[in-house]
Structures are given as C-alpha cells and as structure tokens.
Design a protein. Structure first.
Length: 367
C-alpha cells in the first residue's frame, strides 16, 4: 500500500487503507504500508500496527503537512519482492504521484485507486499526461465510485477505469435489535464531515433553517459531527440564523460515539456536491438512517431515490426533500426499514474480493 495519508491521522482515505490492509491480512496476504504520515517512529523507520508493517517516510512539518520530495529515495529497493503495488490517490497526493513513477519504471504490477472527484483539477491532470501514460502502460486504474471514475475515463481515453468502492463492516454498524423509537416529537437530522468548504457545512445550516421555517411543528434539530477550518464560518452562520438552540457542533467523535449519535438520530444529510463516495453516509445507511444528498455525488452508489433516501438536484430540492422527511414519519419509517433489512453492496467481503480481482488484473496487464 502506497499512500500519503495513513493512521494515526484520521480521515476517509486513512481509515479505508488501514481497514483494507487488515482485511487482506486476514485473507492470508502479506501487506506493508509506505506512507508520509508520521507515527510513533522517526523518519525512514517502520513500526507494526495491527499486524501490518508501516514504513514512515514523512517528516514532521507545521500544520501536519505531508510533503517530502526525498521520500521515494531507496523505495525501489524496498519494493523488491512484492507481487503488486496498490497506490491510493487524492487530488493532492505528491507521494502517491512519485511512487507511480517508481513502480512503473521497475515493472511492478500496479493498481491505482482514486479517492477523489477531480472536478476543476481534471484539465490539469489531462494536460500533464502522466495518468494517461500510466494507464496505457498497464497500470490498473480504478476509483471509489462511478462519479469519481467518470473524469478518469475521459483522461485515460481507452483503458478501463473500474470501480473499487470503500468497504464497510455491516455487522459493526447495524444496530442490534433494530432502532429505538424516540417518539418525543423532535426530528433529529445528523451529518458527519470535515468542516471544509467543499463539504458545504454552512450551506447545510442554511438549508436546515429553511426546513424549520417550512415545518415549524416538526421540532427539527441538526447535529454536525466533525472539525475543520470552516468551523468559525459555521458558528457565525448559526449565530446569524439564531440557530443556537437547534444546531449542535460537538466536534470530531470516535466511531463508537458516532454509532450512538446515529442511533439517536432520524435522518442523515450529505450536502456535498463533490463527494467521491461518502463513507459516513454509508455507515449511517447501514445504521438504518434515511440518507439525503445531492444527485451526482458518490452516495448514489448506495442510495436509491425515494427507496432508502432522497437525491436532490439542487439546494432548493434538498430543502423540499428534508422537509418531507421532517413532516412524514411514515416515509422515514419506510426508508429505515429498507436500510435495516438490505445490506449494501459495499460490505468488506465483497470489496476485498474486488481488490483481489484488481491485483490479478494489474499482474495480467504487466505481463
């Protein structure tokens, strides 16, 4: 596994790479991780986490910046003897980018997973030309959703770009004995995200204020779990809208607490447009919550409109859909029942099998 981001740093890529690595080890594979993320050991050293050898190639920089142009020195020698390289790419992933040159030059079978929606970066990636060359040279390309894969297909222009989704432990997130009936006249909406502009937390608060105005008797509450640079703007929006009594911002919480918050909520909201997958939404879906998000985002991989949630074309429709769920408990109950009885396609058993298939494809492409 070659990734800029890894544990102990917390985020979608970090957790997914760690979970995939652990699942592969459980299947009998030998997995090592090379990352820029600092850990308990110093630069250039390795440690073992949960049975996985983790090579720490980053240096400690202000604001946890993951930059080290010298990280790939000696990497070729370290990768000798491996059967396949799995590179994890985001919009800004300098280490993963450099690793791609190393693995292709040494002829190591390589698969690359894109965890992002390129959006405005698509033109720059196309102009650089290297991703297209990697794909045409035999690198197995995939992305975490069809939404994320679509711009890559335009860029590589020919070789297939498959979908390798994020995985979820269904048993861990599904509530035992069903969901509790809250029955206190309050409708609780919840979201979990990094408080960053692309996740649109301010727009979420504004949308929920319109829902409250449209459904004054519903007792609408909103809880946004997470931290990020947009927190001051979110707090100002809460103050501007006089929403202090019905919006809570507890910050980032551990997984166990997240499960508890989902159990105490009625609806999950994902306001982001540029969402490559939406692992928090998938976790909430398995926990039984109806999911409301935007058309064209990665949550469409596991949300079907008017079946287990709603997909809105724009923010106006988002408000209408949220209002529907606020005032119609029968709709919420129908969607909850579906989510509790129907497993998503992204269970870890399926995802690990798909990953193994991608590794076989990479080896076949490398000849």
């Amino acid at each position: 596994m070659l990734t800029d981001c890894y544990l102990p740093r917390l985020g979608g890529i970090e957790v997914q790479v760690a979970d995939l690595s652990a699942r592969l080890v459980a299947r009998g594979h030998e997995v090592e991780v090379f990352t820029l993320t600092p850990g308990a050991v110093g630069y250039g050293q390795a440690e073992t986490l949960d049975g996985i050898r983790v090579h720490r190639l980053g240096v400690r920089l202000p604001r946890q910046l993951l930059v080290n142009p010298l990280a790939t020195r000696g990497l070729r020698a370290q990768l000798q003897g491996f059967d396949v390289a799995h590179i994890h790419m985001g919009v800004v992933s300098p280490f993963a980018y450099d690793c791609s040159f190393v693995t292709t030059r040494m002829g190591l079978p390589t698969t690359m997973t894109w965890h992002c929606v390129l959006d405005k970066a698509e033109a720059a990636v196309r102009a650089a030309g290297v991703v297209r060359r990697w794909a045409h040279a035999g690198m197995a390309m995939n992305a975490v959703s069809d939404v994320a894969a679509t711009p890559l297909r335009r860029i590589v222009d020919g070789p297939p770009v498959l979908v390798l989704p994020n995985g979820i432990d269904v048993d861990a997130w599904r509530p035992s004995g069903g969901r509790p009936l809250l029955g206190d006249g309050i409708v609780r909406f919840v979201s979990a995200m990094r408080l960053e502009a692309r996740k649109r937390p301010v727009q979420l608060v504004e949308a929920m204020a319109k829902v409250r105005a449209a459904a004054p008797r519903a007792g609408v509450r909103l809880e946004i779990l997470g931290e990020g640079s947009e927190r001051p703007k979110v707090e100002r929006a809460v103050e501007r809208l006089g929403a202090q009594e019905w919006v809570s911002l507890p910050g980032r919480v551990p997984r166990d607490t997240l499960k508890e918050r989902y159990a105490a909520s009625d609806v999950f909201v994902s306001p982001s447009v540029l969402e490559s997958f939406g692992i928090a939404a998938l976790e909430a879906r398995v926990a039984g919550l109806p999911i409301v998000g935007r058309v064209g985002s990665g949550i469409s991989e596991f949300v079907t409109d008017d079946v287990n949630g709603f997909l809105a074309d724009d923010d106006e429709e988002l408000v209408r859909r949220l209002t529907t769920l606020a005032v119609h408990p029968s709709v919420r109950a129908r969607m909850t029942a579906y989510n509790l009885k129907t497993d998503p396609a992204q269970s870890w058993d399926h995802v690990v099998a798909m990953a193994e298939s991608e590794y076989a494809r990479a080896r076949a492409l490398a000849g």
